[in-house]
Design a binder for this molecule. Structure first.
Ligand SMILES: Cc1ncc(COP(=O)(O)O)c(C=O)c1O
Length: 484
């Protein structure tokens, strides 16, 4: 180390940086050699690490040796082409470079004034993405009106922010200024029984309370039933409650079901509810015209969010949220302490993203999207989506053709959910045996009270061969399990 205020000289940083990029490139080229899921036991990584920080300086080469020796055994290889668990979490190389640049610039983009480029590149990326996904123009900054978008860390934060804005709208600001306890009318939120757990978390964090979240029944495709929602809304309104927030999902977590936003929107309008659309996983499919059926009715939504950090290739974290009227969110989040006052904010002519979410400080996340769009291009992203959907169609055909297995939900995009006819326990053992081979990762969910395996295609390196081999492995372990 050269001095107390410079941890590395530019030359040392350059050398260490090259070594780190070399290591990442090498890791990615050998990622298939590792067991996809970590086999470490609880506490084993912890034990391999010293219990105190070093007093003396060290070098990056030694750290990389420790990464190999001590951390890699504890890594679940999300970037493996044999990753079929939870959801794809593509950390594409261009977006890794954008992330590195964000760290290198070390910008805090809380106000326009604290780095105008951080704010304005983000605005431009959000507008590009509206167009790329075929979302309504009124969500763009460069169209007339109060619409606009923001990058949040996660879809969970996005829905929380929207719920806070909806709560303020419903209580005419009373909740923020005096607290919900001053409200005599209970606020009630609605989502389908298949909605993500982040909706209940938001309801808790907003002070609404889990008991004021109604989980609406779903149909045979696991999509929200508008008739059931209509009934609940009417009953709650008649009982003196104030319905204020409806969350619809385009691509539910368990089975990838799509709620009928067009049928739900008029109900939201009738009851004066905020209508949010959570398209965290499958929003990416709308890059292609042929999957924009999912957008039916979204022009009536107050907010729409999806996670480029899942299927689209942007390294975590990057969740895009758009609002039809962003001023509702800004008004509910904005507090102006003296130390943040500045001429640009006071001019009213700039966006200060600190008012669009919970935290004040913010990273230059839009660089990750910018690098992705510029290196891969929309044509490349569309080709990726189409390839994964085609691969999943093949997989669905194999599942349907295999004796003993059944598909339990429609699979219009890249998630196939299946079970073994021999029952829940056999299905669970098959999944665990397939994972134990180290050659793939699968996760499960519950559908109608039954144990179901989810096979999520969408890692960028995944080819038809990876999926074919994965399916053969499942069939082979199923034969062992059912014959023993
Ligand atoms: C439909 C849906 N919504 C929300 C989330 C939460 O995403 P995040 O981790 O970005 O909060 C998920 C995650 O899987 C999801 O599938």
């Amino acid at each position: 180390m050269t001095s107390l205020d410079a941890a590395m000289t530019p030359e040392e940083f350059r050398r260490a940086g090259h070594a780190l990029i070399d290591w990442i490139a090498s890791y990615r080229s050998r990622v298939e050699e590792f067991p996809v899921l970590s086999r470490s036991t609880p506490g084993s990584i912890l034990e391999s690490l010293p219990s105190s920080a070093p007093d003396l300086p060290g070098d990056v080469a030694e750290i990389l040796e420790d990464v190999e020796a001590h951390l890699l055994p504890g890594i679940a290889h999300w970037q493996s082409p044999n990753w079929f668990g939870y959801f794809p979490s593509n950390s594409s190389e261009p977006s890794v470079l954008g992330d590195l640049l964000s760290s290198g610039l070390g910008v805090q983009g809380m106000l326009w004034a604290t780095s105008p480029a951080c704010t304005e590149l983000e605005m431009r990326m959000l507008d590009w993405t509206v167009e790329a996904l075929g979302l309504p123009d009124h969500l763009r900054f460069d169209s007339p009106g109060p619409g606009g978008g923001v990058i949040q860390d996660t879809a969970s934060s996005a829905v929380l922010a929207c719920m806070v804005a909806a709560r303020e709208q419903a209580t005419c600001g009373v909740a923020n200024s005096q607290g919900l306890s001053q409200e005599s009318t209970p606020l009630v939120a609605y989502a389908s029984s298949q909605a993500h757990s982040s909706i209940e978390k938001s309801v808790r964090l907003c002070g609404i309370g889990s008991r004021n979240l109604r989980l609406v029944e779903t149909d045979q495709n696991m999509a929200m039933q508008p008739e059931a929602l209509a009934r609940m809304l009417d009953e709650d309104a008649a009982a003196g409650c104030r319905p204020f927030f409806i969350c619809t999902t385009l691509g539910t977590t368990a089975t990838g079901a799509f709620d009928p936003v067009a049928d739900i929107a008029p109900l939201a309008a009738k009851h004066g509810c905020w209508l949010h659309v959570d398209a965290a996983m499958f929003g990416t499919a709308a890059l292609c015209d042929e999957y924009r059926w999912m957008h039916a009715g979204v022009e009536q939504a107050d907010s729409w969010s999806f996670n480029p950090h899942k299927w689209m290739g942007v390294t975590f974290d990057c969740s895009c949220l758009w609002l039809k009227d962003a001023s509702l969110l800004v008004e509910s989040m904005s507090i102006m302490p003296e130390y943040l006052r500045n001429a640009a904010t006071e001019s009213g002519g700039v966006v200060d993203y600190r008012d669009w979410h919970v935290q004040l400080g913010r990273r230059f996340r839009s660089l990750k999207l910018w690098f992705l769009y510029r290196v891969v291009g929309l044509a490349g992203l569309r080709a990726m989506v189409r390839r994964h959907v085609e691969i999943t169609r093949e997989l669905v055909g194999w599942i349907e053709a295999e004796d003993g297995f059944e598909l339990v939900a429609p699979a219009p995009l890249t998630l196939a959910c299946f079970r073994h006819e021999a029952g829940d326990e056999v299905t669970r053992v098959i999944m665990e045996a397939a994972n134990a081979t180290g050659s793939m990762s699968l996760t499960h969910c519950e559908v109608d009270g039954r144990y179901v395996v989810r096979f999520a295609v969408g890692q960028w390196g995944t080819t038809l061969d990876h999926v074919r081999e994965g399916w053969k492995r499942i069939v082979s372990v199923a034969k062992d399990v059912t014959s023993s």
